[in-house]
Design a protein around this ligand. Structure first.
Ligand SMILES: [Zn+2]
Length: 509
């Protein structure tokens, strides 16, 4: 996904510019439920109605959480956003989660959660919430702690003032996500840990992503110390990032890229016996028992760091370079690429399933030219169909397309073959806009926003590739809101929003 992007990237930018212009002419697109309000919340809520006046409170004001349990992550977020450690927990048998903040002596609002067949979507969706701010006080309600956490993130954007005197305009927000899975894919590095912690806190969770796919094959593995690079992240630092994700309702998903893009296995002249085509050290031999032992060793260490629900195994661009299979390989000479790929993916998915872990792979090897506008690495439709038939349907396909005109065609094809799919996008705003729309319309599980800023990014790459990082804001917005207005009409400049969010000092509590 990295090697061959330069030309499509430039073409995509030019075409996207045209598309923005055309969309601008079409006009007539409305933001449902937001008419008459100039309050900016990103992602755009399903409904936001501005009221009269505002609610002000002093730092340290008392607040209450009524819930079945005092959920630690929600409790911490409430302290940060309310600017007050003066919280009280009540377990009074009430269903759902309710956060209340009002001036000392003010009346607390009743806080029962709507239930039954007529209950609104915000109250039944596992990530939905209601935020109600009136001059007398403030109430957040949700079915889950995660939903209430997102209500707090919305409040954090509407809130103003310093710790001594905070305020929020009167507003009624009811909100829930259009896509269940909303992930960011990124590479960790030893020099990028502080940046990643800041992204997790200030950007990913603040803009309501709920998963991080952390591509960590180049981490410093105990079983393979010889292949570590200068900037490879240590296991303790990786554990720290995994914990940071979990503490902000981001599901951490490790990605170890095999059997193509396997250069990381062969660093410093190591493991050359595992290369499929010795003339081109790129893919590993998936039938060599020593390769399987190597991979299971790294996966075992990775499982111990992440304790993940899901594992991403790559499986992209396997035949991009070198011979796969190599006709001279004693294990693979009589096999097809399709057979090798399916065998290996299904075997590893079974190995992970035996450990209670689900599997994801990229989708390009399962698509042929004509089935998507880019990223089609089966040679023809017959080969793509054979691969789709052979790969276990327990494997979720992250279907990556980075050009501006990506659409739902490939998502539909993969879903018709029986797969769960996640649309995967990159930095081009029109790519994110169009493909997210396609994901919502096709019934895909979600969106995965990818980052390709080198294998060991830190703040140097963030500054150089700021468009990619700003694209997180756009992806977060479309994936949660499902809004239909194009990037030029979002009403904010993503780069400015990103810079402000990233620079936001860590809260005092
Ligand atoms: Zn082989």
């Amino acid at each position: 996904m990295i090697v061959s992007l330069t030309l499509p990237r430039l073409a995509g930018r030019l075409l996207a510019w045209l598309a923005i212009g055309l969309a601008g002419w079409s006009g007539g697109l409305e933001a449902g439920g937001l008419a008459g309000s100039n309050l900016l919340v990103i992602p755009q809520p399903k409904a936001l109605h501005a009221g009269a006046g505002s609610f002000g409170w002093a730092g340290g004001a008392p607040w209450t959480l009524q819930a079945p349990v005092r959920e630690a992550r929600l409790w911490q977020a409430a302290r940060e956003v309310f600017g007050s450690t003066n919280g009280q927990f009540l377990n009074n048998g009430m269903v759902g989660y309710s956060l209340q903040l009002s001036l000392p002596g003010g009346a607390n609002a009743p806080a029962s959660l709507p239930a039954g067949p007529d209950a609104p979507a915000w109250a039944t969706n596992a990530e939905g919430y209601r935020l109600s701010v009136q001059p007398a006080g403030l109430l957040i309600q949700a079915a889950t702690a995660q939903g209430a956490f997102y209500g707090l993130q919305t409040l954090a954007q509407l809130r103003s003032g310093a710790a001594a005197e905070l305020s929020c305009p009167a507003v009624e927000v009811t909100d829930w996500p259009s896509l269940r899975f909303r992930g960011v894919h990124w590479f960790p590095s030893a020099s990028g840990v502080a940046m990643d912690e800041r992204l997790i806190q200030n950007v990913f969770s603040a803009y309501k992503f709920n998963a991080c796919v952390i591509q960590c094959e180049a981490a410093r593995w105990d079983s393979q110390p010889e292949i570590a690079m200068r900037d490879s992240i240590s296991k303790p630092d990786l554990r720290k990032l995994v914990a940071a994700c979990r503490s902000r309702f981001l599901d951490p998903i490790p990605l170890v890229d095999i059997p193509g893009h396997a250069d990381w296995m062969f660093r410093h002249g190591q493991n050359t016996n595992l290369i499929e085509d010795p003339e081109t050290p790129y893919a590993c031999c998936v039938r060599n028992p020593q390769t399987i032992a190597f991979i299971e060793g790294v996966l075992t260490e990775c499982l111990d760091v992440f304790h993940p629900e899901t594992f991403h195994l790559g499986f992209d661009e396997i035949t991009l370079r070198g011979r796969f299979p190599n006709p001279d390989c004693p294990f693979c000479h009589d096999a097809t690429a399709t057979a090798l790929m399916a065998e290996s993916a299904n075997q590893l998915a079974g190995w992970l399933a035996a450990r209670g872990v689900k599997t994801m792979i990229w989708g390009d090897m399962l698509l042929a030219p004509g089935e998507a506008v880019d990223a089609t690495n089966a040679k023809d439709v017959a080969e793509a169909k054979a691969r789709r038939a052979a790969i276990s349907k327990n494997i979720t396909i992250t279907d990556w397309h980075y050009v501006w005109n990506a659409d739902r065609t490939s998502l539909d094809i993969l879903q018709q073959a029986g797969f769960h799919t996640i649309a995967s996008t990159w930095e081009e705003p029109v790519n994110i806009y169009r493909f997210t729309q396609g994901a919502v319309a096709s019934g895909a599980d979600g969106l995965l926003q990818t980052t390709w800023a080198g294998f060991f990014p830190n703040e140097r790459e963030l500054k150089r590739e700021v468009e990619q990082y700003a694209a997180y804001i756009i992806a977060a917005d479309y994936a949660w809101s499902g809004r239909s207005d194009p990037p030029a009409q979002l009403g904010y400049e993503a780069k400015a929003v990103f810079r402000k969010a990233y620079a936001n000092p860590t809260p005092a509590f």
